[in-house]
Design a protein around this ligand. Structure first.
Ligand code: ADP
Ligand code: ADP
Length: 213
């Protein structure tokens, strides 16, 4: 399966990606996590990306497309992948089409997780991320398991003003992709409000239909 996960920041894409990858035997590619790793390691790419990320702006398309080209070359993605956080602009989507055509592969579907802005602000304000694994928790809705040695921190771009800006950026630059993939018959909209289990139930229904198509 080759899946794109679209949806505003904080909708629950990362959380649900873990379930999907566990149950459907595919690997996640999270461009946000790749960028955060570069920033922590202090690479040139990390330094350049950090200027955009901390302001809640998108990292330039050419840098993102280079990252995806080198990721998709890796043998572990031959069986399938779930793209979480890419593409985020029409230019990135068209580049992805080109890369996939070159490999002779097609997308299975595009999951669009929809969550209203007020709910997103609640989710992101209490989101905490584990520095080692990149896994996210929520202090109320998805608390970290007691006793595990986690290094939880709050992302610099998860503070309220930056989140609001990221939502504006999502609306103007990423949302047009829903139309793009709908016109190809690939987009499936999912109401992302509900418990983690309820939302995952809606996702598996769609993915199981794809398998049996
Ligand atoms: P979110 O919580 O919004 O899903 P991500 O971890 O996916 O956050 O992304 C964090 C930041 O990394 C974004 O705000 C953006 O600056 C940068 N980023 C990640 N993926 C992309 C992309 N495909 N194009 C441009 N910028 C990106
Ligand atoms: P994204 O990857 O789309 O940016 P995350 O998966 O990190 O989003 O989720 C954002 C925050 O919301 C996290 O703190 C996560 O634990 C929490 N969360 C995810 N799904 C739900 C849900 N269905 N209900 C309540 N909180 C959720």
């Amino acid at each position: 399966m080759r899946i794109i996960f679209l949806g505003p920041p904080g909708a629950g894409k990362g959380t649900q990606s873990q379930n999907i990858c566990r149950d459907y035997g595919i690997r996640q590619i999270s461009t946000g996590e790749i960028l955060r790793k570069h920033t922590t390691e202090g690479t040139e790419l990390g330094k350049e990306a950090a200027n955009f990320m901390k302001r809640g702006e998108l990292v330039p398309d050419n840098l993102m497309i280079d990252i995806i080209i080198s990721e998709l070359k890796k043998p572990e993605f031959a069986k399938g992948f779930l793209l979480d956080g890419f593409p985020r602009t029409p230019v990135q989507a068209e580049a992805l089409d080109g890369i996939m055509a070159k490999y002779g592969i097609k997308l299975t579907c595009v999951l669009v997780l929809e969550v209203p802005h007020e709910e997103i602000v609640k989710r992101i304000s209490l989101r905490r991320t584990d520095r080692k694994t990149g896994k996210t928790y929520h202090l109320l809705f998805n608390p970290p398991p007691p006793g595990e040695a986690l290094e939880l921190y709050q992302r610099e771009d998860d503070h309220e003003d930056t989140v609001k800006h990221r939502l504006v950026v999502y609306e103007s630059r990423t949302k047009p992709l829903i139309k793009y993939y709908s016109s190809m018959g690939l987009a499936h909209r999912i109401n992302g409000v509900g418990t983690l289990e309820e939302v995952y139930g809606k996702i598996t229904k769609i993915l199981d239909e794809q398998i049996h198509k």
